[in-house]
Design a protein around this ligand. Structure first.
Ligand code: GRF
Length: 207
């Protein structure tokens, strides 16, 4: 029997995408198990959600930088993920940019979810950028992670209409709901080996 596909989840915040993925696993919709949950924020909700489900969870002290992990922290993170024998790294609201050593250690095996239809509105507060720009549709994107910011090959996208009376908060809320549908679907397809990548193009080979 082959060993189950294992996920390493990294997050800095409340962890609602992690919950959506954990629920999809529990419901048999993702053929995988969670190997470890790691956060750079000691009291992050994502760590509580992991603990509630008796899943291994770890806080890693990020060090002195605001937007990236200090070298030792990045090494500790790689080590913990290797020890947990994870096949795929799932970034679920992880607020730091991952650097060379981490990217090399898990090349082509890191995915992220971003709250806009990339390549529009990369970076912070993407829902607010979309609203300020006046687009009529935005959404969310699951993509592989490369050395750029929100720039890797796109696995899947889900659209969300922008309504006339939207505020940043109401729009963000609906994007979040779309994320909870899209991320588990994309992770399931990857775990099932149904995804292939040629250049920037990711195709779904479900039969
Ligand atoms: C999501 O909006 C995601 O797009 C972004 O970070 C947020 C994480 O939310 N990368 P949560 O912690 O999963 O609730």
């Amino acid at each position: 029997m082959s060993s189950p596909y294992r996920l390493g989840v990294l997050g800095s915040g409340k962890g609602s995408n992690f919950v959506a993925i954990a629920e999809a696993i529990a419901a048999g919709r993702i053929p995988a198990e969670v190997g470890i949950v790691i956060s750079d924020v000691a009291n992050a909700g994502i760590l509580n959600h992991a603990a509630e489900r008796s899943l291994p969870a770890k806080f890693i002290e990020p060090g002195r930088f605001r937007t990236k992990l200090e070298e030792d922290a990045e090494r500790a993170c790689v080590e913990a993920l290797r020890m947990a024998r994870v096949d795929l790294i799932v970034l679920a609201g992880f607020m730091r940019v991952l650097k060379g050593e981490f990217l090399r250690a898990f090349a082509g095996r890191i995915v992220n979810i971003h709250p806009s239809l990339l390549p529009s509105f990369p970076g912070l507060e993407a829902w607010k950028q979309a609203l300020d720009h006046g687009v009529k549709f935005t959404g969310c994107t699951v993509h592989f992670v490369d050395a750029g910011v929100d720039s890797g090959p796109i696995v899947g996208q889900q659209t969300v209409p922008v309504l006339d009376h939207d505020t940043p908060e109401t729009l963000h809320q609906r994007i979040h709901a779309a994320e909870h549908e899209l991320y588990p679907k994309c992770v399931a397809a990857i775990a099932r080996g149904e995804i292939s990548i040629v250049g920037r193009r990711v195709t779904w080979n479900a039969n």
